[in-house]
Design a protein around this ligand. Structure first.
Ligand code: 0X9
Ligand code: ZN
Length: 323
């Protein structure tokens, strides 16, 4: 079973109420965060900061994990949230987790794109990928994702970051699945991640997606080739692969994308950042079938995400904050 004990996919309301409840229940080690930019449908994006002395501004390194850039990729939020529960359960009981929460802090934002996720999860646009922007640059009144024709509109939040924005591997047509938007950081969702990273000492990050069974590392842009930190990038990737059986690769060696999260975060922090593509064959398999995906163990525990996530957190804790 998952750390939370849940047996179905969360709705957006579930994420919101659970994060509020956890912050109330553990005021000493959980703080609820509200990111600065409202979505086009007017929503706030929330996260949780987890660690000992959680409110202190002591410059400890931060491990950042985010999910649901892409609306239909429901397990990407689940894995992010479950990691939060797991850390809180382990704190004070598990020596390694206790040590890590003392040395570092963990920030999770399970739902980066709440408008799109809500449309996919609860508003009959199940295959929605992008956000709910229907008119470039103009805030039109909500609810945008239920307007006729809105399903194929929107900006791909994972093509809207500022590093390499506008290059090959991103669409310039508003109906393209990988539409990059009107300009770098034109979207509130990517601006929220940017400003969160700027406000913390993020040393390592994971952005969760589905599907593919891969651990992707920069550069995602082919023209950029290999980062100067390839040796460290590959070492941690290999160690994580040994935990969950996923295939590690430099993303640009597979196919080119630009304006995505990891190239930008590497540029901004010089820390390590990876994209996890959970699941082997669909964006959101039936929840009941999630366990059993890997040799009888669940996608979170067993030969799942858990061990890989903890290695990344250990890496984050061991690195000096860059700024
Ligand atoms: O397109 C994306 O943003 C990611 N894939 S997803 O199916 N979750 O949308 C990552 C693209 C890079 N992937 C590979 N190089 N395999
Ligand atoms: Zn994705």
């Amino acid at each position: 079973t998952l750390p939370s004990g849940r047996t179905s996919y969360r709705t957006l309301a579930d994420y919101e109420s659970e994060m509020s409840a956890l912050a109330r229940r553990h005021p000493d080690r959980v703080r609820r965060l509200t990111l600065p930019h409202r979505t086009v449908e007017g929503r706030r994006v929330h996260g949780m900061e987890i660690g000992h002395r959680v409110g202190a501004r002591d410059g400890r390194p931060v491990f950042l994990m985010v999910g649901l850039h892409h609306a239909r990729e429901w397990p990407s939020g689940e894995m992010t949230m479950e990691f939060g529960y797991d850390l809180l359960r382990g704190d004070g009981r598990d020596r390694e987790i206790t040590r890590l929460l003392d040395r570092a802090r963990v920030v999770i934002v399970p739902v980066v794109n709440p408008d799109g996720f809500d449309a996919s999860r609860s508003r009959a646009n199940e295959d929605k990928r992008k956000n709910c922007r229907v008119v470039d640059g103009e805030p039109a009144p909500p609810p945008l994702c239920t307007r006729p024709g809105s399903a194929e509109l929107g900006v791909d939040v994972n093509r809207n970051y500022g590093f390499g924005w506008g290059g090959t591997g991103s669409g310039d047509d508003r109906t393209a699945g990988d539409y990059r938007g009107a300009g770098p950081f034109s979207e509130p969702e990517s601006r929220n991640v940017r400003d969160l990273v700027a406000s913390r000492q993020v040393t390592t990050l994971i952005t969760n997606h589905t599907y593919g069974g891969t651990i992707l590392r920069p550069y995602f842009s082919k023209a950029e080739g290999t980062t100067p930190d390839e040796a460290a990038y590959k070492a941690l990737s290999d160690a994580m692969s040994a935990q969950n059986g996923y295939k590690g690769m430099r993303s640009g060696d597979d196919y080119e994308t630009t304006g995505e999260t990891n190239d930008w975060s590497y540029y901004a922090t010089r820390g390590l950042g990876y994209t996890f593509e959970f699941g082997r064959e669909t964006f959101h398999p039936d929840f009941a079938s999630l366990p059993g995906e890997y040799n009888g163990a669940g996608p979170y525990a067993g030969k799942g995400a858990r061990g890989a996530f903890l290695l990344a957190l250990r890496n984050a804790a061991s690195r000096d904050a860059h700024s």
